[in-house]
Structures are given as structure tokens and as C-alpha cells.
Ligand binder design. Structure first.
Ligand code: ZN
Length: 246
């Protein structure tokens, strides 16, 4: 069956269409997939939490990338896991070279969200990214070292200050077994993985929890970063200079 016919079939059976252009068929057509950035780039939240490790995102959190993240997370559109994993892998590549062992630590979702959604989307994307990197010769493993503290609220809709308060002490590397895993991989390049970089508070908290058990983080890799549009005196929308690194 040709790709076109396959897309038509998928559309007929599942009523699917591309999230980018609306073409009938797969959730992400070849043309839209190819238009996504090929390489992650340094992006910093503003304001940036003090001490935050290097942060890399593949693209801005809007348009197609946003639709893909929400599609997997909120609608369980599992066909998006691979393309999202590819985007995350592009960010990891900026932080780690093939050669030394690389440990990807996904930021955990709250257990209640995982139960409600039947899916830990960040962990899923991280696993797909690892598979992609392994195929490229990386010595890479996924290590879900972090757990959330009960009572953590959903971050969506909270202000930066409220997020920071909500998150303080929210992540831990609790079990002796997990700590052993963390120690055994000493010397590995440790990269924290998340879907979206917003205020950087979650990433900073993950970094703090890992530091507490002696694991130093090389950087934070994400699929996408929210880009704050500032309105300068001239009245024209502009991106802060650090968001247009490439
Ligand atoms: Zn498309």
C-alpha cells in the first residue's frame, strides 16, 4: 500500500488528520514533520530560577509543537509519542555526545494524572528519545529516579511564584534502589527530560532532588519552551533576544 493510500485508510478508519496542516491521514504528515526544527537550542525562562542547569528546547511551545504535546498528554494520541521523542532527542543531542554513558531522567507526572490519563507522557517521550539516540550509537538509558510528593497541585494556571511554592520539595529520589541506580551510573552525563519548559521551576526542583542524592545534572532537555512575548515601548511584539539563538 502506498503512503497516500495508507493515510486515506487511516483517515477512513480513525478519522485522523495532520495536526499541522489538516491533511487527511496520520497525525503528523511528512511535510509538517520535516518542517520541525532539526536541532535543539539553548532557551532560558525569564526570569530564570537561580542555579538552573543549561536548558535546551527543540522549538517554541506554540502551533504544531503545542498541539502535539497536548495531543499525547490530554488525548492519548499515542501516534505522537515517536515524533515527540524525536524532538526531545534533538535537545538531548545538544547536551550530550555519543560515547560516554548518558542517563535520561524524566520529570515524573503526578500519580493521579497518570492514573486519570492512563499514561505518563513525559516518561513515554523520554523512552522514545532514548530508543532514537541508541540507534545513533548513544550509550543511553532511561532512569526514572524521581517521584512526586503527595499533594502536589497541577501546575497549569499557576503563576511563577505559586509554581515555585507548589514545587518546593515536591520531587524526591526516595528509594535506596533508585539511589543505587543513580550512584552506579556515576560518570554518566545526566539529562533531566520534560515535555515543556515554562518557568523552569520544575526543572530546577528535579535538579535539586537529584543533587540531594549526589547526582549532578548536565542539563535539562525539553521538547518545547514557552516564549514570552514582550511589548517594548515601540508597541511592536518582539521576542527577547535569547529566544532567537538560531
Ligand atoms: Zn501536515
Amino acid at each position: 500500500m502506498t503512503q497516500g493510500l495508507r493515510d486515506a485508510y487511516v483517515d477512513l478508519v480513525l478519522g485522523g488528520s495532520c495536526l499541522g496542516c489538516g491533511a487527511a491521514g496520520r497525525m503528523l504528515c511528512d511535510r509538517c514533520a520535516e518542517a520541525l526544527p532539526r536541532l535543539g537550542r539553548d532557551m532560558r525562562p525569564t526570569p530564570c530560577p537561580p542555579g538552573l542547569a543549561r536548558t535546551v528546547a527543540c522549538t517554541a511551545y506554540d502551533g504544531l509543537a503545542k498541539a502535539m504535546v497536548i495531543g499525547l498528554k490530554e488525548r492519548r494520541q499515542l501516534a505522537l509519542a515517536d515524533p515527540l521523542g524525536d524532538l526531545l532527542a534533538r535537545s538531548v543531542r545538544v547536551l550530550a555526545d555519543p560515547g560516554p554513558p548518558v542517563l535520561l531522567v524524566p520529570v515524573p507526572s503526578r500519580p493521579t494524572s497518570v492514573r486519570a490519563r492512563g499514561l505518563d507522557s513525559t516518561r513515554t517521550i523520554t523512552a522514545r528519545a532514548a530508543r532514537r539516540l541508541r540507534a545513533e550509537g548513544y550509550d543511553v538509558a532511561v532512569a526514572p529516579l524521581l517521584r512526586t510528593r503527595p499533594g502536589l497541585r497541577d501546575q497549569a494556571g499557576l503563576s511563577a511564584a505559586a509554581r515555585a511554592a507548589n514545587l518546593a520539595g515536591s520531587l524526591t529520589c526516595p528509594s535506596p534502589r533508585l539511589r543505587r541506580v543513580a550512584r552506579r551510573r556515576t560518570g554518566a552525563v545526566v539529562v533531566v527530560c520534560d515535555d515543556v519548559l515554562t518557568t523552569g521551576a520544575t526543572a530546577r526542583e528535579a535538579q535539586r532532588a537529584l543533587a540531594q542524592v549526589g547526582v549532578e545534572v548536565a542539563g535539562i532537555a525539553t521538547v518545547a519552551a514557552t516564549v514570552r512575548r514582550s511589548l517594548p515601548a515601540g508597541g511592536r511584539f518582539a521576542l527577547p533576544s535569547h529566544h532567537i539563538a538560531n
